[in-house]
Design a protein around this ligand. Structure first.
Ligand code: GRG
Length: 300
């Protein structure tokens, strides 16, 4: 168990949050891993340079609710990045999406082989739950975080979405089937990340409900944007292969409704995000200005 010295952390913008998250991950990942090769494989993908969107959403939400960050909150908030990195490693495996490039580097199995990559994912997934409880936060808070993350990431959430994705590879999905798949595969973890900020801040039920709506819309926008970038983005921009969805006849928004309509749905979703942000500000009398930086991610 790591004992952190209490110190107050004041962070005002997304890039400062990303720096703090990177610093925490780099400084703490090795301490709970007892096998050198496993440690190297876990660190390889975790520290390969992701955007840290999910823990940053938790911390930005927590802070926008008027709370001051401390190392326990930081640790619990970084758990979702461990879990997200596991999902990327497993998604890239030959038996899943069979990708060679992730976060601008060879995928974990290309570097360490499929067996170690699977175990690195397993290690990160398990460690995520350890980090949620191995801290000084109240047990009622950590219980809620564990329960919510398990539902978001497990067989009712991301794992279900990934299964539908594999099942749907050789089928033409309807828009509503695609929306459900996306909400489970990508949206659930993003919604968790935003709600986790509310849980850590002991937010009132009406605020939690707004955070949940913001999370659902953010998850939708995120997936639509990812689908669009597979068509119009570059390898350099995305740090992974592009045009793969089209080449493999994947079910995506551009494939189903065309590029122009996909852009229109994305714009509508951004409008919704701004409206929910305004409702959050009205309800809490706090500024959620930092959300603008996250919403700007969807600028085309
Ligand atoms: C293996 C159970 C299991 C699930 C995998 C995450 C996932 C589910 C699949 C990844 C496929 C994919 C590219 C989905 C699109 C959305 C997504 C999760 C993109 C990657 O997330 P970013 O952009 O990545 O936040 P970084 O590297 O910045 O963290």
């Amino acid at each position: 168990m790591i004992q952190h010295k209490k110190r107050t952390i004041i962070i005002s913008n997304l890039s400062a949050l990303q720096i703090e998250i990177n610093h925490f991950l780099a400084g703490n990942i090795a301490a709970d891993t007892a096998q050198p090769v496993l440690n190297a494989a876990m660190q390889y993908s975790l520290l390969a340079g992701g955007k840290r969107l999910r823990p940053a959403l938790t911390l930005a939400t927590y802070q926008s609710l008027g709370q001051t960050l401390d190392p326990d909150v930081l640790k619990a908030s970084c758990a979702v990045e461990l879990l997200h990195t596991y999902s990327l490693i497993h998604d890239d495996l030959p038996a899943m999406d069979n990708d060679d490039l992730r976060r601008g580097k060879p995928t974990n199995h290309k570097k360490f082989g499929a067996g170690i990559a699977t175990l690195a994912g397993d290690g990160l997934l398990t460690l995520a739950f350890q980090w949620l409880v191995d801290n000084q936060l109240p047990a009622t808070t950590t219980n809620q975080l564990v329960a919510k993350l398990a539902v978001a990431a497990g067989p009712a959430g991301m794992v279900a979405g990934q299964t539908s994705d594999i099942e749907g590879e050789h089928q033409h999905l309807t828009l509503s089937q695609l929306q459900l798949l996306h909400s489970q595969k990508t949206g659930a973890l993003i919604e968790y990340a935003i709600c986790a900020g509310g849980i850590l801040a002991h937010a009132q039920p009406e605020v939690m409900s707004l955070l949940s709506s913001f999370g659902k819309s953010f998850g939708l926008a995120f997936q639509i944007y990812d689908d669009l970038m597979d068509v119009v983005g570059s390898v350099e921009q995305m740090g992974k292969q592009v045009h793969k969805d089209h080449d493999e006849h994947k079910n995506t928004y551009p494939e189903l409704i065309g590029i122009d309509e996909t852009k229109a749905v994305l714009l509508d979703t951004v409008v919704q995000l701004k409206a929910i942000k305004a409702q959050l500000e009205q309800s809490t009398h706090q500024s959620f200005q930092v959300y603008d930086e996250f919403i700007a991610y969807f600028d085309l």
